[in-house]
Ligand binder design. Structure first.
Ligand code: NAD
Length: 328
């Protein structure tokens, strides 16, 4: 029996596959490679290049492999891009997502772990953010994820599709062989490390007048390996008959932009010049998870998510792959 991993050639998907394979799980990957990297995956695993919305292809994969579950990472993830081109985001993340899940139900599959996001909460009314906190996304990307959560909830009620929607906070870090290489890259950690390597002129800091101790926004950074392991725990939860759920994945504490840059200076031993910019519209001052529900429901604990470990692992990967993954 195999797990279908959509978006498996991307950052979090490829690390999760590494952890699944290490446990002896069978994996099949579906990715259109619009944003992912084929070489982020072992050459010998079953790989289908195509859209999750291609029902014929999904049906073929289900025929060719005995699928027992799906981990659904595939999505476009750039907030700014989603504001400029919401149609592309809704078509890709929601339209394609509905086709995928519809075909999986058709094929008899009833277990799915879904990549959701802290962006479903928008500007939070309370910190830390619990799963019950108000959900009102500030951009089409966040809405596309919240809508897919609603789809999953309705499909559980109607068709018995059991799911765990994992709302990640800020993923960062790397394993020895797999790291973060988004193109375009909007995430702080890889951009700070690119600045440390002299690949870009310093790091832009958007606003230093937020109501936080050093004036820069605070985010809850979670090591990609801890995230990957939460997917495995969620899968085990569903395999043992567990109920559907929505769970925050974060550490419960946060670091400011300046703290991340300072820690990166220490880890890399390099100068990282700052370029102060005006604040970005819609950037909340603080996004910090209350992860206690994931802990009680899945028995999951972040084990590698202190900032230094995250940055050390990301830097080691960057030094080995200064230009990211090879293309093609
Ligand atoms: N990176 C983060 O900090 C973060 C935070 C919260 C949530 N998430 C969610 O986690 C998931 C993975 O994020 P990531 O950082 O690994 O992103 P990523 O861009 O590295 O990976 C996404 C993968 O999905 C593929 N893809 C996109 N649309 C597709 C489609 N229609 N059909 C087939 N393949 C498609 C891309 O080619 C890519 O390989 C996403 O769903 C994202 O929304 C990420």
């Amino acid at each position: 029996m195999a797990i279908l991993v959509t978006g498996g050639a991307g950052y979090i998907g490829s690390v999760t596959i590494e952890r699944l394979l290490a446990r002896g799980e069978q994996v099949v990957v579906l990715d259109d490679l619009v944003r992912g990297h084929r070489c982020a995956l072992p050459a010998d695993i079953p790989f289908y290049q195509g859209k999750i919305g291609d029902r014929q292809l999904v049906a073929r994969i289900a025929r060719e492999h005995a699928l027992e579950s799906c981990i659904h990472f595939a999505a476009l993830i750039e907030v700014g891009e989603s504001v400029l081109d919401p149609a592309r985001y809704f078509e890709n993340n929601v339209g394609h997502g509905i086709e995928l899940i519809g075909e999986l139900i058709q094929a008899g599959l009833r277990r799915i772990v879904f990549s959701s996001t802290a962006a479903v909460y928008g500007d939070p009314e309370e910190i830390p953010i619990t799963e019950q906190s108000r959900k009102w996304p500030k951009n089409p990307y966040g809405w596309s994820k919240l809508f897919m959560e609603r789809v999953l909830d309705a499909y559980d009620t109607a068709y018995g599709m059991k799911f765990v929607a994992l709302r990640y906070f800020n993923a960062a870090g790397a394993t020895e062989n797999r790291g973060e290489d988004h193109r375009p890259e909007s995430h702080l950690v890889p951009n700070v490390l690119a600045a440390a390597l002299g690949q870009q002129e310093g790091i832009r800091v958007f606003g230093n007048n937020y109501p936080t101790p050093d004036g820069t926004p605070i985010r809850d950074y979670i090591h990609v390996v801890d995230l990957a392991d939460a997917h495995i725990s969620a899968l085990e939860h569903l395999r043992s008959g567990g109920h559907s759920d929505f769970l925050n994945l974060g550490t419960g504490s946060g670091n400011s932009v300046l703290e991340v840059i300072e820690c990166a200076r220490e880890v890399t031993g390099r100068d990282i010049p700052l370029r102060m910019q005006p604040p970005r519209a819609g950037d909340p001052a603080r996004l910090i998870a209350d992860p206690s529900r994931a802990k009680t429901q899945l028995g999951w604990r972040p084990a590698m998510s202190d900032l230094r470990t995250i940055l050390r692992s990301a830097w080691d990967w960057r030094l080995r792959h200064p230009n990211g993954y090879a293309q093609g």
